[in-house]
Design a binder for this molecule. Sequence first.
Ligand code: SF4
Length: 276
Amino acid sequence: MAAMNNLMELFQYLDKSNCRKCNEKTCLAFAAAVFQGRKDVSECPKLSPEVIARFSDNDGSGRPATVEENRDEYLADLKRQVAGIDLVEAAARTGGKFDGQRLTLKIMGKDFSVDRDGHLFADIHVNPWVAMPFLGHVLFGEGVSPTGKWVSLRELKEGAERYPLFKKRCEEAMKRVADTYTDLFDDLVHIFSGRQVAEEFASDISVVLDPLPKVPIMICYWKPEENLESTLNVFFDETADRNLDVGGLFSLGSGLAAMLEKLALRHGFPELKPSA
Ligand code: SF4
């Protein structure tokens, strides 16, 4: 019920005119869309800046800050569910390893594990926006091997609705980093075990990352040219929605973008503050 409480919390600030300026039929539909990550709270022109700030996504996840407690609840629920499954079977299905105690998957080159009690262990900080897709994949992923055919989030199941916010939280955020921080793609290869691949879609640079062994992500960047802005697009394998739901794919992309913004900041590009 926590999600519904938060939804109604936002709803009470809407003017209930159902004016449709946000392209939703009703104010209630708008509040629901915000909490599903399909709309940004700033898309209602009638809200005050204070309310927008209060309900804005400020962690790069694509979901409002007030959903944080639901996120923890959701994560705890996934851990409980994992505690009951056959980790030997899950390891075979997901491309991981089971050592008798823990199932381990490589997440961008680093070990990420779960044990029979649902406890998580990682070489890296256990970020919820990696932990949730990891557990979702272990629980529900079909384990289909990637085919090498790249598609955008829009082309995946239920991806079209999420795409506008994904573009903002993931692709535009990464593009800002790539435009300024020219070593980005080298760092993706060296720090995150990415691999540069033959340029796809006539891009200038294409790098593939493996946030999960069977859910690769390809980032393509087109450099700016005279009178033409740069472009950055993120692609998934056509099988991605069988291995992870669209919420998990969104989480991986936006979480990765937020991580790259932080990396660029550490390398001395203070203008690249994580997007509000
Ligand atoms: S723009 Fe704002 S007031 Fe108008 S319908 Fe959407 S949420 Fe309601």
